[in-house]
Write a protein that binds this ligand. Structure first.
Ligand SMILES: [Zn+2]
Length: 189
């Protein structure tokens, strides 16, 4: 009896995996038939809800952290508590969703107005205006830097600890969560 159930289960599982590509294909076909604005709208609504929830979670974690800071909870305990709360994961997920949200709502017509010259100007925007540096060195924002190891020269940033290398455009994209075009615009306006 038990053996029979096992065999049946295997058969079902096999059928399931054989069917999968077909299902996926029909989803793709359906996607093509549906109004793309409708699909986009559904997705944006969903993303918007999750973003709200993540923001709440992140704010809660930060509040707890600052409370424990006020109560002189030792650093290692604060850090463990923060790690266990899923704070980093939420931040990461939020970043991803914000990027998707931005990509789906950005205006493609404005995008075309960026020129080679704008990009050049954005690259030449003084790096020192974006990060505080003392004798070319600043605190690296890409890792938990305790000693300034982010080196800025010729308008290029490099961290000798985490090996991150960025120009001004990439730096603004990372720090402010912007797309390439948005970063160029930010640096040239
Ligand atoms: Zn670094």
């Amino acid at each position: 009896m038990e053996r029979e159930i096992t065999i049946n289960y295997r058969e079902i599982e096999k059928a399931y995996y054989l069917e999968r590509p077909k299902v996926r294909q029909s989803i793709e076909e359906l996607r093509g038939e549906l109004d793309s604005d409708w699909v986009k709208g559904r997705r944006l609504e969903y993303i918007g809800d999750i973003i709200k929830r993540l923001n709440c979670h992140i704010a809660g974690c930060e509040e707890n952290y600052s409370d424990s800071f006020k109560q002189n909870v030792p650093y290692w305990l604060r850090k463990i508590t923060l790690d266990l709360s899923g704070y980093k994961e939420s931040k990461k997920e939020l970043k991803k969703l914000l990027a998707e949200q931005r990509a789906k709502t950005s205006n493609k017509e404005i995008k075309g107005k960026i020129t080679e010259e704008d990009i050049q100007r954005a690259k030449e925007y003084p790096f020192e205006n974006l990060i505080e540096v003392n004798r070319n060195f600043g605190i690296c924002p890409y890792h938990e830097d305790k000693h300034p190891s982010f080196f800025v020269k010729n308008n290029w940033g490099h961290c000798f600890t985490c090996n991150k290398s960025v120009d001004t455009i990439q730096f603004v994209m990372d720090m402010q969560n912007l797309t390439f075009i948005e970063a160029v615009r930010f640096l040239t306006q």
